[in-house]
Design a protein around this ligand. Sequence first.
Ligand code: GLU
Length: 449
Amino acid sequence: MSVRLDEKLEPIYQDVLRRNPGENEFHQAVHEVLETLGPVLVKYPELADQKIIQRICEPERQIIFRVPWQDDKGEIHINRAFRVEFNSALGPYKGGMRFHPSVYLGIIKFLGFEQIFKNALTDLPIGGGKGGSDFDPKGKSDDEIMRFCQSLMTELYRHLGEYTDVPAGDIGVGQREIGYLFGQYKRITNRYESGVFTGKGLDWGGSRARKEATGYGTVFFVQEMLKARKESLDGKTCIVSGSGNVAIYAMEKAMQLGAKVIACSDSTGIIVDEKGIDLKLVKRIKEVERRRIKAYTEERKHAKYVEDGNIWEVPCDVALPCATQNELNGKDARALLKNGCTAVAEGANMPCTPEAIRVFQDAGIAYGPGKAANAGGVATSALEMQQNASRDSWTFAYTEKRLEEIMVNIHNNCYETADEFGAPGNYVAGANITGFLKVSKAMMALGLI
Ligand code: GLU
């Protein structure tokens, strides 16, 4: 990593490298946070004395376990699953489960680490955690998914609880999987404990607007960044990587606010539709039929599908990376700038590489990091927990309004904190410092635990 850390922070980072060998994504996430904390230690030296950063970098608990399951032909498969309970200073561990073949401890730890700060930014009482498995849901039958989820929960249930650890979805885990996981939890514990999962179906304790929340929240964040620059989304051309839950609802909100969305993607290729993406069609292909995005051109013949295409080469005003980590590198960032892009916000977790972030920041465009820009999902999870705790169910309009207020608040806090710490317009510094201070103050108050 080329950016030098403050002399107090470098040894902490070296220690993280030594203690967590091979976990590259975790190293990257820690480095990005430490890069911004130098001025914080100058202002609050007691945080260094109390070794708050070293404590935050070490998860409170890490669970790794075997998940054996049988496919439809009777063949046995063994997967590995994780739950990293990172920090509970602000509330029960909270964060999604990711099912993807790339999952290993380093991915879950980077996600869990980011989740601590993201959740703190929401100002809601949730700690940070994350879990997942190297199970690949692609091409699996419903029954196979169910058997896998049941096997996983048969081990994980003992670590969960509405006041202990509350999972949700992430890549590869949507309402169907949450249903199977929650069903098995209910069966083993003999408790209808709605608040132990979020992202549930509306008929069984879910919250309206949760499905939409991450994507909508990202676009609300963009709207605020643009407002701060006396601009708006109206009439802007927008591209969104991915076509999963986050991407679909980012596209929906961007369109509602007057933007023209012309491209999206999946792991095999990109779609460019200069007339504007037909979202109904994307929803049908992805949410109902569970097919590849390539199918889009079967019905929209004028649209272009490029196998393995690079979405960041499509000219746009606003780019929303909503697929996965490190999907946008320095070269991509330069291509976006060359084509006139002036705002980037991360719907995914850590989609921009450190080099890409530097390119955006050096150019002075609006760049919203995932910790802030995609916090709407987990914030609405906390709203789902509120509804479950009071056995209530709110309207879509009310829940969306709360989400928007939370995103405006996150934006303003990041903006003001960046200013206060001498980095005006730097939302990375603003988000890291705001989240870090909130967690640190709670940790100081709770004693050495
Ligand atoms: N996986 C989502 C995230 O990255 C949501 C987590 C949650 O709702 O608990 O924030």
